[in-house]
Design a protein around this ligand. Structure first.
Ligand code: GLU
Length: 471
């Protein structure tokens, strides 16, 4: 039944399930779940051969309860209005959940980026930015895009450059978009942020001995069998952080097919093989599986769908053999499939929490742009000097002398990257604890997604209350 629901309806179905646990007035709940504004634009661009093509694109701003609104821009031939609205709603709940003070938004351009030259992509991106600007859909205090499926730092720098040309008198103009290259106003650690956040989130979930016991697992990441779908920015870094923490990567799925190796795949070697051959298939020592989603059905402890929405449906959910689903993508498990998995005792760590690392570090980038200073610049050396003095005292008192290398290691002041990663870790750990506490408080709340939604709804309701709109 649920599979006939649109993506936005599915998000709202999850919302309604959680809203039933709250006591907020109906009108307020309706305001929270509604998508406030959607802008559908069509514009012409000139192709390299001189022909003209009309491009369709969207930007949805789901909620302005906090400003600016925030969310990525995806380039994909499947982009449509419903998808953009659903994803913008998820951004609202995600930001509220992890206490990032933004409303939710999402954009999309309906193109397959492989069909366009770099020059054409640049023209499309700049024209899209111009259209957003004309209608007041972009700006550091209005709506701040970021990378998403099919986009990266390069598109973000085109957006920033176009916006800067249009808003010359705005001293904060660089804060109009995040995920920029570090040399162009970005922040260190943003590229890896979503994957790193996925790792921190799952590490926290796996640290709970009682929850792990219920799944028949030992606490900790080490030795856990992991399958990852998608080797894009999110999937690649998630796989890397899991591997570095001692998990075993037993399967990988990509658009061209999937592979398995129960003894563990060497991620970097697979990536090198793919770069050389154009495919993960045929990787020496690994088994090629029948199709691109087969790896999802491998026996494992943690399944990480890190590609697109609607990958785990009522059709394939019964065949899954994982204990934990780590939603690194947005909306990878349909509402119907979630119910099926809960029935079988599978733990789903929900997207609105688990992939929030990206927007969290986007928040840090935006703060850096508004403050016009790199994190750590003021205190790094001061900290180091203080630490060195402290170590001197310790050495004198203990009679133990440290090598210069040890001193350097202990005394080092925090760099921008250290601060960003530590802020991300703090966000993911405390947010997971909030979800877990909410689930336990409502002894009858069955799942982490519902608990996360309740946390988010309560946060947004408080903001509306503070604004005096729904006292
Ligand atoms: N596109 C990412 C997401 O879905 C990042 C959004 C952002 O940084 O604004 O969360």
């Amino acid at each position: 039944m649920s599979e006939t629901l649109s993506f936005f309806d599915q998000v709202n179905r999850n919302f309604d399930k959680a809203a039933a646990y709250t006591k907020h007035p109906r009108g307020l709940l309706e305001q929270i779940r509604t998508c406030n504004s959607v802008y559908h634009m069509a514009f012409p661009i000139e192709k390299d051969d001189g022909s003209i093509e009309v491009i369709h694109a969207w930007r949805a701003e789901h909620s302005q309860h906090k400003l600016p609104t925030k969310g990525g821009i995806r380039y994909d031939h499947r982009v449509n209005e419903d998808e953009v609205m659903a994803l913008s709603a998820l951004m609202t709940y995600k930001c509220a959940m992890v206490e990032v003070p933004f409303g939710g938004a999402k954009g999309g351009i309906r193109i397959d980026r492989r069909d366009y030259s770099e020059g054409e992509l640049e023209r499309i991106t700049r024209r899209y930015t111009y259209e957003l600007f004309r209608k007041g859909f972009i700006g550091p205090a209005i709506d701040v895009p970021a990378p998403d499926y099919g986009t990266s730092a390069k598109e973000m720098s085109w957006i920033a450059d176009t916006y800067l040309a249009l808003a010359q008198h705005d001293v904060n103009a660089l804060g109009c978009v995040t995920g920029k290259p570090v040399s162009g106003g970005g922040v260190r650690g943003r590229t890896e942020a979503t994957g790193r956040g996925v790792f921190f989130g799952i590490r926290e979930a796996c640290a709970d001995a009682a929850d792990m016991r219920a799944l028949g697992l030992a606490p900790g990441i080490e030795g856990k069998r992991v399958v990852v779908q998608g080797l894009g920015n999110v999937g690649y870094y998630a796989a890397r952080f899991f591997s570095e923490a001692g998990a075993v990567l037993v399967g990988l799925a990509e658009r061209e097919g999937s592979i398995a190796d129960p003894n563990g795949l060497d991620l970097e070697a697979v990536v090198a093989h793919r770069r050389a051959t154009g495919s993960i298939l045929g990787f020496p020592g690994a088994l090629d599986l029948p199709d691109r989603t087969s790896a999802l059905e491998l026996e494992c402890d943690i399944l990480v769908p890190a590609a697109l929405e609607n990958q785990i449906t009522e059709e394939n959910a019964p065949r899954l053999r994982t204990k934990i689903v780590a939603e690194a993508a947005n909306g990878p498990v349909t509402a119907g499939a979630s119910e099926e998995l809960y029935r079988r005792g599978v733990m789903i760590v929900p997207d609105m929490f688990l992939n929030a690392g990206g927007v969290t570090v986007s928040y840090f980038e935006w703060l850096k742009n508004l403050s016009h200073i790199r994190f750590g610049r003021m205190e790094k050396r001061f900290e180091e000097r203080t630490n060195r003095r402290l170590l001197d005292v310790v050495q004198k008192l203990t009679g133990h002398s440290m090598t210069e290398e040890e001193i350097h290691d202990f005394a080092r002041g925090a760099s921008e990257e250290d601060l960003v990663n530590s802020g991300l870790e703090e966000t993911m750990v405390t947010s997971y604890q909030k979800i877990r506490e909410m689930r336990r408080r409502h002894g009858d709340v069955p799942d982490l997604r519902t608990a996360a939604f309740i946390v988010a709804i309560d946060m947004i309701a408080v903001t509306y209350g503070d604004l005096g709109i729904f006292p």
